[in-house]
Design a binder for this molecule. Structure first.
Ligand code: ADP
Length: 447
């Protein structure tokens, strides 16, 4: 097992990884920007190294600084968390070249899944059902027109290097297509430095359902069921739950089996998430995330498995502790992503936290690096806490979540806590009949 792990991240996820390491008797090295000198993960880690100025490009994305920090501190592994360098195949390779273990998948799999056209091609060849669309990249507007004619409108133009819901354009008819095609290309170029785009059938009211997988270096593969992440704003997840109110046991076992078989064939290593849109009983692959996800605690709550611990054990070459038969899904879990944002306009609200009182009690988990007196810096993502609640049934979970949101006090900055409180009392949400556009419709109604 590793003796010392460098955590190449910040905020709640850096703390999450630190906690797993601590419980495994592993020492931790925090790296931080100048803006994060007083961050919780810096305070708790065994060692801390400043790797640059506040801007992420010069700190949390600064590969030479991070690798040097690992060498200086003698870390034998690096955990990248999510975001930042977690899906950067070059980083994974460079880390390996320095004799340090990258806690994540093989660079070739990060690379394949990072190119969404290649990812779809690979998924199809592994027997995973995909959204109907172009065979590969669309190279001309004529190509786009011909493909759209074949699959039928509405269609969605997506960036091959896309991420974070950016670079997507819908065309509802032929008259909208040329414009959508050229705008998507230009936006993709501006956002990702790559103007390659592809086309998918635009599904009207699907749910976003994703399957968590774990694969060790001994050929064992398990899936940990699904997470329903349909509640999104601008293609960004806001609240996640498991099990999905839309799936039955048969569908769950079927899609879990398809994903596990595919990962086995691929020779995937570590943890990953295969994302699908789900409509009228059918699953359609959209992408695979080759890293730990923000919403992983939802799965931990219903399986009792510490995914970060497993991830570290797998990277160290150990076999997984559970086989598929050992994995039992118990009860229901919901996660609310709490952001330092105005709950109506969603503009970021960085600033000093004057008061902090997280909720507690049975089956209430708060993953957060906040404390009273801490200043939320303006330089990074606005996620400040994840409230994750478990209950025997979905209804019990909702009652507990409502109570926990009532208790949650964050003073000094506006947060999205009131939005979650409103959302979970809506009859549509309570009935579980939502889809990926539901939340935006809900928000539009209230404004
Ligand atoms: P990103 O990598 O930018 O997050 P994804 O391919 O994962 O992009 O898609 C993000 C979200 O966009 C999905 O969760 C869904 O809400 C929407 N989306 C993606 N593809 C389609 C599609 N073919 N039809 C309808 N909505 C889609």
């Amino acid at each position: 097992m590793f003796e010392k792990v460098l955590i190449a991240n910040r905020g709640e996820i850096a703390l999450r990884i630190h906690r797993a390491c601590r419980e495994m008797g592993i020492r931790t090295v925090a790296v931080h920007s100048q803006a994060d000198e007083n961050a919780m993960h810096v305070r708790l880690a065994d060692e801390a190294i400043c790797i640059g100025p506040p801007s992420a490009t010069h700190s949390y994305l600064n590969i030479p600084a991070i690798v040097s920090a690992a060498e200086i501190s003698g870390a034998d592994a690096i955990h990248p968390g999510y975001g930042f360098l977690s899906e950067n195949a070059n980083f994974a390779e460079i880390v390996g070249d320095h004799g340090i273990t990258f806690i994540g998948p093989k660079p070739e799999h990060i690379r394949v899944m990072g190119d969404k056209i290649e990812a779809k091609r690979t998924a199809r060849s592994l027997g995973i059902p995909c959204v109907p669309g172009s065979e590969g990249e669309l190279t001309t507007a004529a190509d786009a027109l011909a493909t759209a004619k074949k699959i039928g409108y509405p269609v969605l133009i997506k960036a091959a290097s896309g991420g974070g819901g950016r670079g997507m354009k819908v065309a509802r008819s032929e008259s909208e297509l040329e414009q959508a095609y050229s705008t998507a290309r230009a936006e993709a170029k501006a956002a990702f430095g790559d103007d390659a785009v592809y086309m998918e059938k635009y599904l009207d009211k699907p749910r976003h359902i994703e399957i968590q997988v774990m694969c060790d270096s001994h050929g064992n593969v398990v899936h940990l069921g699904e997470r329903d992440c349909s509640l999104q704003r601008r293609h960004q997840k806001v609240l996640e739950e498991s099990p999905s109110p839309a799936l039955n046991d048969r569908d769950r076992t079927k899609i879990g089996g398809i994903v596990s078989d595919a990962m086995k064939k691929l020779g995937y290593l570590g943890v990953g998430t295969v994302e699908f849109l789900y409509e009228d009983g059918e699953f359609y692959f959209i992408e695979m995330n080759t890293r730990l996800q923000v919403e992983h605690p939802v799965t931990e709550m219903i399986t009792g498995i510490d995914i970060v611990r497993e991830q570290i054990r797998i990277a160290a070459g150990l076999p997984m502790e559970n086989s598929q038969q050992d994995i039992v899904f118990q009860g229901h879990a919901i996660e609310c992503r709490i952001n330092a944002e105005d709950p109506v306009t969603f503009s970021p609200t960085p600033g000093k936290i004057t008061e902090y009182h997280p909720p507690g009690g049975l089956n209430v988990r708060v993953d957060s690096a906040l404390y009273a007196g801490y200043s939320v810096p303006p330089n990074y993502d606005s996620l400040i806490a994840k409230l994750v609640v478990h209950g025997k049934t979905r209804n019990a979970c909702l009652m507990r979540l409502r109570r926990a949101l009532e208790e949650f006090v964050v003073g000094g900055v506006s947060t999205t806590i009131p939005l979650h409180a409103r959302l979970i009392q809506n009859p549509g949400f309570i009935d579980g009949v939502y889809h990926i556009h539901w939340l935006e419709e809900f928000l539009a109604k209230k404004e």
